[in-house]
Write a protein that binds this ligand. Structure first.
Ligand code: AMP
Ligand code: MG
Length: 342
């Protein structure tokens, strides 16, 4: 009798499980977020997708630096040198990004909102056409805003002066992807990918196989390399090709070196593999700023051990841990320089 009941249960679950992954796209954070679920019923899949659609819309509204949401209101006060009450939706972002900013030695610096706005990179719908005046850049850099200048007491964020404005563009996507995965797990979903424009976290497997992830070429089209995820992993890439413009023969991209006020030089893309998507996102940005000469020290300080950096000549700099599992998808494979083990 028990065997029969078990067999019936298995049969039922087989009927309600989708044989193919359920896939859905949500447009948010200025990008398409692809949600892929494996091994869930159509009904559960729809429930999950509705929940994530709502979540992402709320996060985008709350976290956008200048679009009339919660962060925009906070920035308005900070830019007048006034203390701001942080809503619940922003507290964890401020705490976590401060910790990561300190660990990155200030290369990941969400307090440079004024500089990002000056360049015109805070508007995801428009790419600027010319760099701002050098004197304006220098004036903002001289004020050296940092997350440590903002003191958090309870939910009150007090600035040292009016130099800092917050921009979570380098990290909010990772944070949101972590939250989405948590929500899916809360619904009992164990096999999924949340992919925000190529930056993703994957849990579980695609049936019998692991999830296989592509890393795009920083120059030209197509995939540079691929990798199979293990259990629960995030893969985040920062690149100078994502948002940029050309002016008088020079290329200006959206990842700024807080020390110079200009787009970071030396690396064209950095990929970080880590369990934690928020960490991977912040680290990818920080290591792109650090460049081919200094990325290893910053990776150590941030606690990431699987990193690939492509430099301006197309050469790949990589940690041995990532080199051991990545597969190049281009021929000939690029020249690779391995770092020490991290
Ligand atoms: P990502 O693609 O994750 O590297 O994030 C790039 C975005 O982060 C930019 O569009 C800016 O909004 C913001 N950003 C640029 N430079 C920095 C930096 N050095 N630290 C923190 N955020 C930055
Ligand atoms: Mg980032």
């Amino acid at each position: 009798m028990r065997v029969l009941a078990m067999a019936l249960m298995l049969l039922l679950s087989a009927c309600t499980r989708a044989p193919e992954p359920i896939q859905h796209q949500i447009y948010t954070f200025g990008t398409l977020v692809d949600i892929t679920l494996w091994g869930v019923s159509q009904a559960k899949g729809e429930q999950a997708l509705a929940m994530l659609t709502e979540d992402f819309a709320r996060m985008h509204q709350d976290w956008h630096p200048s679009e009339g949401g919660a962060l925009a209101a906070v920035n308005e006060r900070l830019m007048h040198g006034e203390a701001a009450d942080l809503p619940e939706s922003l507290l964890p972002l401020v705490r976590r990004s401060t910790e990561l900013s300190v660990r990155s030695g200030g290369l990941f610096n969400p307090a440079i909102g004024r500089l990002i706005r000056l360049w015109g990179f805070s508007n995801e719908f428009a790419v600027p056409t010319a760099p701002p005046a050098g004197a304006e850049i220098e004036a903002l850099v001289a004020r050296a805003p940092s997350m440590q200048d903002l003191t958090l007491e309870g939910n009150v964020l007090r600035p040292k002066d009016d130099a800092a404005a917050l921009d979570f563009g380098a990290f909010a996507k990772g944070y949101a992807v972590d939250r989405a995965i948590e929500r899916l797990r809360g619904l009992g979903i164990e096999h999924a990918i949340v992919n925000a424009g190529g930056d993703l976290r994957a849990i579980g497997r695609r049936g019998e196989r692991p999830w296989r992830i592509g890393i795009r070429q920083p120059r030209g089209k197509g995939i540079l390399a691929s990798l199979e995820t293990r259990g629960d992993e995030s893969v985040f890439t920062s690149g100078d090709y994502e948002r940029f413009f050309e002016h008088e023969g020079r290329r200006y991209h959206h990842i700024l070196d807080p020390r110079s006020g200009y787009p970071a030089q030396g690396a064209t893309s950095v990929t970080v593999v880590s369990r934690d998507a928020a960490l991977a996102d912040a680290a990818a940005t920080a290591l792109l700023v650090a460049g081919p000469e200094h990325w290893v020290e910053v990776a150590k300080a941030m606690g990431v051990s699987e990193v690939m950096l492509v430099d301006g000549t197309g050469k790949v700099h990589m940690t041995p841990a990532l080199a051991a599992r990545i597969r190049f998808e281009v021929t000939p494979a690029p020249e690779v320089e391995l770092s020490e083990s991290l």
